[in-house]
Design a protein around this ligand. Structure first.
Ligand code: GCB
Length: 642
């Protein structure tokens, strides 16, 4: 039996014995302050150096991590969090492939170091793509994958040098190959009449710029030595009583005493329980409802978990909890047992200068724009977004389809065991991180893979089955293109998500074909599988300010007309089995350079600077009309007053 197959079996057994609804081992709780926990953010300016050596290995050969980075050669200021690509005027750095090195010296509070019962953790919110981290020259963690957090206990290393600042060095490599997620290829151009010596290019089959660097916050946080490692909640309700089933895992204590208390928004305690697992019964429950579906959307309780170890040490972790259910029938998507229609957007983490770097003003602006537009949902196309974005979605009642970075899987070698094993690990990391968000209602395991390839059926069966074994409370989908032949994943998923670009990539300029082709698409998929369908992408590029009437491609008029032609069909089919429509895309975004992209993809409702195109107003009117027709709106929320 090959190592990979054994590994798959091991995972399957683990899921089987675990018996929980959400089953992942090891925690990745969001670092929150509490009476027993502190955090120190390390964002700001870091020293930075790209390794331009021909094989990009000078940093490792010369052990740049062993000394201050500035002593190894020239360094520049780099903002963290941010992609490094658009920060300088250097096109070579923008398009750089290989290792880049970051370094920061930080003072660790002496009280953290003096108290031997304090555990000190270094956490990186995300770095794209492969990272190696050293503290004072000692390697503490390596991580593969660009959009999920990783961390390491570092007190053992830093306690050796009390009284000195601690030097954190992070090397990040953005190279994508056939087994990374997303996959890519490195191609060496050996024709010396055309390319210089050692010339290579990074290829990939996805439509967004491969921004790289440290994209989310780096921080230190503390816990007691005996600590709450993970919390899992699963919620339900019956009549007016809510239920929060919980499981707390603890590290560093053999006989932990665990107390759990749930409080409402007014701070009043509504339920308590004792023990590492149990159920909280909530009388007169306030359910978590989506935006525009209820007067009191996004209601969150506060769940306080307190651990007392036999040593007397106490750890406290406080987590928001939304009580809601999600179910799928053959034609409906139900939230709290009521039909939910996704009228939302696909997004990207993308903006001028910072690329994919985390940025609060941008995030708050985007939520304001989504709510202005009447969007009740978004898909994290094509990778997991920052945890803070999901926290915002929880609080605002915006429903999320949470997608892993399985995008651009088109080469047969990316369907082998090595790729599958990694993809399963990524799904575990994703579920571990996001399982407690009420806003997350479905997992998306991939976007438009070349599902017609022979190994794809096995691959997707495993992937979907494994994801379902990790979390039995949420439906699973994978996003397909409209091509009816590419349906190998469809038998396994709960909801069919279809992308199509009629009158754009097919029959360009022929707006009149949309109704017939879209009807055929829906009828074929539903006829074959009898599962609810979401139009997970549709749209057209519009260069802002470009006009032509009658409409021609790339004008604002054409973009609007594409949308209107789709909407007519959606309005018929949503009476039957279509449960959602997600526009491609919320905003314009950067892509690699190519003859089909004019400084990026222009299918946004908003420009990259978040200014509306004509289509944004069209969609706004539609979304508010749908919401008015289906939801119980808060009085302030009647379109267009707000
Ligand atoms: C798609 C992809 C998305 C692209 C979009 C387009 O099907 O899923 O990543 O950006 O089409 O605009 O081509």
């Amino acid at each position: 039996m090959s190592g990979d197959v054994m590994w798959l079996l091991k995972l399957a057994c683990l899921a089987a014995v675990c018996g929980l609804t959400v089953c992942v081992t090891g925690g990745m709780l969001y670092p929150r302050e509490s009476p027993s926990r502190e955090r120190k953010e390390l964002d700001g300016l870091w020293a930075f150096r790209a390794d331009f050596s021909p094989d990009r290995s000078a940093g490792f050969n010369q052990a740049w991590f062993k000394q201050p980075l500035a002593e190894t050669g020239p360094v520049i200021d780099m903002a963290v969090p941010s992609s490094f690509n658009d920060i300088t005027q250097d096109a070579e750095l923008r398009d750089f492939i290989g290792w880049v090195w970051y370094e920061k010296e930080v003072w660790v509070p002496v009280r953290w170091l003096q108290d031997k019962d304090t555990r000190i953790v270094l956490r990186v919110g995300s770095a794209h793509y492969y990272s190696v981290v050293w503290v004072n020259g000692v390697k503490v963690v390596e991580h593969e994958g660009g959009h999920l957090p990783f961390e390491a206990d570092i007190d053992g290393v830093i306690r050796k040098d009390v009284g000195m600042p601690c030097r954190i060095t992070i090397a990040v490599n953005n190279t994508l190959d056939l087994h990374t997620l997303p996959p890519g290829t490195i191609k060496y151009m050996n024709d010396r009449t055309k390319y210089p010596t050692g010339y290579f290019i990074q290829g990939y089959n996805f439509d967004f710029f491969n921004y790289a660097g440290i994209h989310r916050s780096v921080l230190l946080y503390t816990t007691p030595r005996a600590y709450i490692d993970d919390i899992t909640v699963d919620t339900n309700f019956s009549d007016s009583t809510g239920f929060v089933f919980y499981n707390v895992s603890v590290v560093g204590s053999a006989k932990p005493a665990v107390k759990v208390a749930l409080s409402g928004k007014d701070g009043r305690c509504v339920a308590t329980a004792d023990g590492p697992s149990g159920v909280l019964k909530v009388p007169e429950v306030n359910l978590w409802w989506p935006y525009l579906m209820h007067a009191n959307a996004g209601y969150l309780y506060s769940m306080e978990v307190q651990l007392t170890a036999e040593s007397g040490q106490i750890d406290v972790y406080v987590m928001p909890v939304g009580i809601r259910t999600v179910e799928v029938t053959s034609s409906k998507f139900l939230i709290n047992k009521k039909p939910f229609y996704f009228h939302g957007v696909n997004k990207h983490e993308d903006a001028d200068i910072r690329g994919k770097g985390f940025d609060w003003p941008l995030i708050v602006k985007d939520f304001n724009l989504m709510k202005w537009m009447g969007a009740n949902s978004f898909r994290t196309s094509h990778y997991p977004y920052a945890e803070e974005i999901l926290q915002m979605a929880d609080r605002h009642g915006i429903v999320v389809i949470d997608e892993c970075p399985g995008v651009g899987i088109k080469d047969i070698h990316s369907f082998g065991n090595e790729s599958l094993a990694h993809h399963l690990v990524v799904m575990e990391e994703l579920v571990r991180r996001d399982k407690n968000h009420p806003s997350v209602v479905m997992w998306s395991v991939a976007n438009e893979p070349a599902a017609e390839m022979p190994p794809a059926a096995f691959y997707f069966k495993q992937l979907v089955a494994h994801t379902k074994s990790l979390d039995r409370t949420r439906p699973v989908t994978f996003i397909t293109d409209s091509n009816y032949a590419r349906d190998l994943g469809a038998p396994y998923v709960d909801v069919i998500c279809v992308n199509s670009y009629f009158s754009w990539y097919h029959d360009p300029g022929h707006l009149e074909v949309i109704p017939i082709q879209l009807n055929t698409q829906f009828d074929n998929w539903y006829g074959k599988y009898q599962k609810p369908i979401i139009q997970s992408e549709y749209g057209a590029d519009a260069v802002p300010g470009l006009h032509n009437d009658p409409p021609t491609m790339f004008t604002e008029e054409y973009q609007k007309q594409v949308l209107q032609n789709y909407h007519k069909v959606f309005d018929q089919k949503r009476k039957e089995f279509v449960v959602g429509e997600l526009i491609w895309n919320f905003a314009d975004f950067m892509t690699s350079q190519g003859i089909t992209r004019v400084v990026g993809n222009k299918k946004g409702m908003f420009t990259r600077q978040r200014q509306p195109k004509s289509a944004a107003f069209l969609l706004r009117e539609r979304y508010w009309t749908i919401a008015n027709g289906t939801g119980v709106l808060p009085t302030w929320a009647k379109y267009p007053c707000h």
